[in-house]
Design a protein around this ligand. Structure first.
Ligand SMILES: *[C@@H]1O[C@H](CO)[C@@H](O)[C@H](O)[C@H]1NC(C)=O
Ligand SMILES: *[C@@H]1O[C@H](CO)[C@@H](O)[C@H](O)[C@H]1NC(C)=O
Ligand SMILES: CC(=O)N[C@H]1CO[C@H](CO)[C@@H](O)[C@@H]1O
Length: 362
């Protein structure tokens, strides 16, 4: 009886522990007895540990042109083999949050992240580790990254953007850790975005050379195509109507200068407002975007219709004066060039007293 309990008590305890969470510590401490978590697997063999990574994207946050950044909500998973843990259990052991501190895990971070929870302690984020009897370890982490993304807005809003995430170990160089993608594609849970259409992802792995060593990285590049609908409704259609509206002046009475000017200037201001409100949400890039060209062309049309009003008004004014003049010089031939020069002079007010002199002569 004594020996029976001695032999079977640990086994019973072990079995009980798989059912209840309360005595997890005991399994953990027996499981990790003699395990040095500071040392990576295969350290003694002298070959680097290969970490097979994959990414599941739950959804994309807003892609912000103004700050050139975007947000990704995802699960980053890493698989590797720790031969020191092989054959210790007959079943897969899954540990979570703070218990993960008992096992060696790699330290990936996102190179182009502006904000990220990747380097936060496992106790504070969603994370889990599954250890197979063979010693294969799967480490999954809920990762939220606000990453930088350089955008070329030359063909905005008909543009496509490619934004990447680059992962690599912070402390281990290629001598210790090699990252590889354990997938050919990235699964994306929610592809729906308000302004963009998700076009797929490309995976690549590389080695970056720093002064302090070579580091293995894995990169995923997401492609997004902008939906033009918003800009059709907000900019293109209103802009077309404003330009068409500016043509109303051509049907207005040529002497009604006040109203013609008012309409012309209002349409110019509307286009300026469209241009300003649109560029308010975009970075202050030094090149014109496709939409800028479009709005500048519209602006030119509206401006030219206003110029036309001015020209008609001025010519009309001086034509009236010329009529007077022709009346007084009815027997003298007035050449066309002379007529035009008097018109221009009349317009800028040089020969205001012409009428008077004519009156004097008659
Ligand atoms: C695993 O199972 C085998 C037989 O199925 C047994 O011989 C071995 O002792 C078990 N190992 C552990 C760690 O439970
Ligand atoms: C890093 O890589 C370069 C070439 O890719 C190589 O010349 C260099 O020796 C490597 N450095 C280390 C520390 O491995
Ligand atoms: C696509 C791919 O390579 N998947 C592999 C990821 O890693 C697991 C475990 O090593 C393999 O079973 C998959 O085939």
């Amino acid at each position: 009886m004594e020996t029976f309990s001695k032999i079977h008590l640990p086994v019973l305890l072990l079995l009980a522990c798989f059912r209840s969470v309360n005595c997890n510590d005991d399994v953990i401490s027996t499981f990790f007895a003699g395990y040095d978590k500071a040392v990576r697997p295969d350290f003694d063999k002298g070959k680097p540990t290969t970490i097979m990574a994959d990414l599941y994207v739950e959804s994309f946050g807003n892609i912000e042109e103004a700050n050139m950044e975007y947000k990704v909500y995802s699960y980053f998973r890493q698989r590797w083999t720790d031969s020191r843990l092989a054959g210790k259990l007959n079943r897969t052991l899954t540990i979570k949050t703070a218990d993960i501190e008992n096992i060696w895990v790699p330290d990936p971070y996102c190179y182009n992240a502006r904000e990220s929870n990747m380097m936060m302690p496992d106790a504070e984020i969603h994370s889990s580790v599954s250890i197979q009897p063979s010693g294969d370890v799967l480490y999954s982490k809920g990762v939220t990254v606000l990453a930088s993304c350089n955008m070329d807005l030359r063909s905005f809003p008909h543009d496509s953007q490619a934004c990447y995430l680059k992962f690599g170990s912070y402390s281990y160089s290629t001598a210790d850790i090699v990252f590889k993608w354990n997938a050919t594609d990235v699964a994306v849970g929610t592809e729906q975005m308000a302004q963009f259409e998700y076009r797929g992802a490309e995976l690549s792995s590389d080695i970056v050379v720093f002064a302090i060593g070579n580091y293995s990285i894995v990169t995923v590049t997401f492609s997004f195509k902008r939906r033009v609908g918003y800009y059709l409704i907000q900019v293109y259609f209103p802009d077309m109507f404003v330009v068409a509206l500016s043509w109303i002046v051509f049907w207005m009475d040529k002497d009604d200068m006040g109203n013609r000017m008012a309409l012309g200037i209002t349409t110019i201001l509307t286009i300026m407002f469209l241009l300003g409100s649109l560029n308010g949400t975009l970075p202050k890039v030094s090149y014109p975007k496709a939409l800028d060209w479009y709005l500048l062309m519209s602006f030119t049309f509206v401006f030219l219709s206003l110029v036309e009003c001015m020209v008609v008004f001025v010519l009309n004014l001086s034509a009236a004066e010329d009529k007077e003049q022709i009346k007084c010089k009815v027997n003298r031939e007035v050449p066309l060039s002379r007529k035009i020069s008097t018109s221009i002079k009349g317009a800028i007010g040089i020969n205001k007293d012409k009428k008077l002199s004519c009156n004097k002569r008659t």
